[in-house]
Write a protein that binds this ligand. Structure first.
Ligand code: DAT
Ligand code: MG
Length: 153
């Protein structure tokens, strides 16, 4: 009898890319590998990766939605406090998937099992330090990948 091979359906239209940043606290604490490992273990592909020290202009563009928030200036100062690692991860529903892996913004209440829940805590600073950034929508992902990887255009 001939074995029947069934391939799992793959829908190329659903493959997404997201921008992940390992923030300065993550780099300082040597958690780059831990973050990448969680992304890869979940099954997403790392298709872009670089360590960098972004300018204030780049960060202002990236965080423009927060310009009027009280934590905006501390946020920029924090993001300028050391190198970061910018990553493009790819896979079906990776935008939503990475947000789940990252956990809630506030590391105190982020679920254990998530990057923020396991690896970060309240440091008593004006801005929340939570190891990673992940794009929150298709539109943000496209916009943010262009900001951090302009050479891909
Ligand atoms: P997220 O990174 O979960 O998408 P966000 O986009 O609302 O969260 O905010 C960007 C970063 O700013 C966030 O990772 C940590 C910091 N932040 C957010 N809300 C804050 C608050 N109320 N007080 C202090 N820092 C905050
Ligand atoms: Mg955000």
């Amino acid at each position: 009898m001939r074995a029947r091979i069934r391939l799992l359906p793959v829908n190329p239209e659903k493959i997404e890319r997201t921008l992940i940043l390992v923030k300065p606290d993550g780099v300082r604490r040597s958690l780059i590998g831990e973050v990448i490992s969680r992304v890869e273990s979940k099954g997403y592909k790392v298709v872009g990766l670089k360590m960098m020290e972004p300018t204030r202009e780049i960060l202002a563009k990236h965080y423009e939605e927060h310009v009027d928030k009280p934590f905006y200036e501390p946020l920029l100062e924090f993001m300028l406090s050391g190198p970061i690692v910018a990553i493009i991860a790819e896979g079906n529903r990776v935008i939503e998937g990475f947000r789940k892996l990252a956990g809630a913004t506030d590391p105190t209440t982020a679920e254990p099992g998530t990057i923020r829940g396991d690896l970060a805590r309240d440091q008593g600073t004006k801005v929340v330090q939570n190891i990673v950034h992940g794009s929150d929508s298709t539109q943000s992902a496209l916009r943010e990948i262009e900001i951090f990887f302009p050479e891909l255009n």
